[in-house]
Design a protein around this ligand. Structure first.
Ligand SMILES: *Cc1c(COP(=O)(O)O)cnc(C)c1O
Length: 443
């Protein structure tokens, strides 16, 4: 049985009890199969990841860890609060072991925590592990591509801590001399390197030197680029960073969750900061699915996938440039492209980026609006953020990127014209359904 048939059988089972929910699930599958997801933080999981999520582990409470810490040494001993942990301990230890294999060269020098329910709590736990309320942390400003949890004013990471920010320079690149100056001025206890909308490579070695100079802990939040770091398509944060956080559902193609990997000496405080300080019982079904996803990410197929993600982004960016779109930093070195669709007098521009994102969706192309460096009004940004992880999972290659660039161009040129965009939508459906039909991934 093909995965698509298997999952529609599963939905029939849901329908036999709850047709209302089954109908909405089925509509979402239809939407995903007939639109192109260019949201750079999205992906499609394999059947084995999806089925691990649906396993009996979802029934189990397992507060605590499958290990205990004694004077900084990890002891292989049941550290759970409830009974019945024979199998939860096995699966969590396996997930930790695979995480260390995936993210480090010398697993015995590091510790991994796989219990964060998502990327944001993983960051909160790390901040809590190293800072007291009122201490200073430094991260990339949100309107320059940083994440909310890097100290934005609406996040608890600025309510409880003193958050200071670095920005990008006019070319849309990190300015390390400026970061160093700010670090010397503010003496943060924690420096966060990482972004949700950065098109360049991050120099973790330089970040590490800056952190060392001012006595800060360096956190590399690689949520967006984790898959590129572990396959060598992007420089790796270790050994320069003290801690890595990442989501596991973006380019890593696993379940929605977060992971923390740190130097072993920080293991006890990181574990304590996540549980019991921040979360209750871990989601053991998610941890089972993470173990599967890490096995996949260790494979040669996954390495080839990440290489193709980067190739696809390059081709897509070059084609968009050829069409006179304005690209932040004039291109991309990773999986992500940021278009400034407003401030581009001599090329392609539209009247409003949020509106353009809606028009793209009308044409079946799903993206998100985004600030571009220097945007005065973050609530009314000038940019559109696109990325290639999802379309590459579907099996799309360079030829399809050329086609997608053309479809984006047509949508921009005829953004007001419903009938023209209906034609674009038909092309989109034709393109994506061909790949979705044959995909082994859950779409
Ligand atoms: C996505 C992301 C997060 C947060 O992940 P959630 O799973 O949405 O909580 C944190 N940091 C960065 C850099 C991200 O891109």
């Amino acid at each position: 049985m093909k995965n698509k048939e298997l999952f529609s059988k599963i939905n029939e089972l849901i329908a036999s009890y709850d047709p209302m929910v089954a109908e909405i699930i089925s509509a979402e599958s239809y939407r995903q199969r007939n639109t192109i997801s260019l949201i750079p933080s999205e992906n499609y999981v394999s059947a084995q990841v999806a089925l691990a999520l649906a396993s009996s582990f979802t029934n189990k409470y397992s507060e605590g860890y499958p290990h205990v810490w004694k004077e900084g040494v990890l002891i292989d001993k049941n550290g759970r609060y409830y009974q019945g942990q024979k199998n939860t301990n096995k699966i969590e230890k396996l997930a930790i072991q695979r995480a260390l294999e995936l993210f480090t060269d010398i697993p015995s020098d590091y510790h991994a925590n796989v219990q964060a329910t998502s990327g944001a709590p993983a960051n909160l736990a790390v901040i809590g592990a190293f800072l007291k309320p009122g201490d200073t942390l430094m991260g990339l400003a949100l309107d320059f591509g940083g994440h909310l949890t890097h100290g934005h004013k609406v996040s608890v990471t600025s309510h409880y801590y003193n958050a200071v920010h670095y920005k990008l320079n006019e070319d849309g690149k990190l300015d390390y001399d400026e970061i160093e100056k700010l670090a010397e001025k503010y003496k943060p206890k924690l420096i966060i390197s990482g972004a949700t909308a950065y098109t360049g490579k991050i120099d973790f070695e330089r970040f590490g030197k800056i952190a060392k100079k001012v006595g800060a802990i360096l956190l590399a939040d690689i949520s967006h680029i984790a898959g590129l770091c572990v396959t060598g398509e992007h420089p790796h944060p270790f050994p320069h960073a003290d801690v890595i956080t990442s989501t596991t559902h973006k380019i890593l193609r696993g379940p929605r969750a977060g992971i923390i990997v740190c130097k072993k000496e920080y293991g006890p405080q990181v574990d304590k900061a996540l549980f019991p300080a921040l979360q209750g019982g871990p989601h053991m079904n998610t941890i089972a699915a993470m173990a599967v996803a890490f096995k996949e990410a260790l494979s040669d197929e996954y390495k080839a996938y990440t290489q193709q993600v980067v190739k696809n982004a390059k081709v897509l960016s070059e084609k968009l440039k050829e069409y006179n779109f304005k690209l932040i930093s004039d291109g991309t070195e990773n999986h992500l492209i940021l278009l400034d669709v407003i401030n581009n007098k001599n090329g392609i521009s539209v009247k409003n980026a949020s509106w353009f994102a809606e028009r793209l969706e009308f044409a079946g192309i799903v993206t998100n609006k985004n600030t571009v460096p220097g945007d005065a009004k973050p609530w009314n940004p000038s940019g559109i953020r696109i990325g290639t992880p999802a379309v590459t999972t579907l099996g799309m290659k360079e030829n399809e990127m050329v086609k997608i660039a053309e479809l984006i161009r047509l949508t921009a040129l005829h953004a007001e014209d419903d009938s023209k965009l209906t034609e674009v939508k038909a092309d989109v459906e034709l393109l994506v359904s061909k790949f979705a039909q044959n995909s082994n991934f859950i779409i």
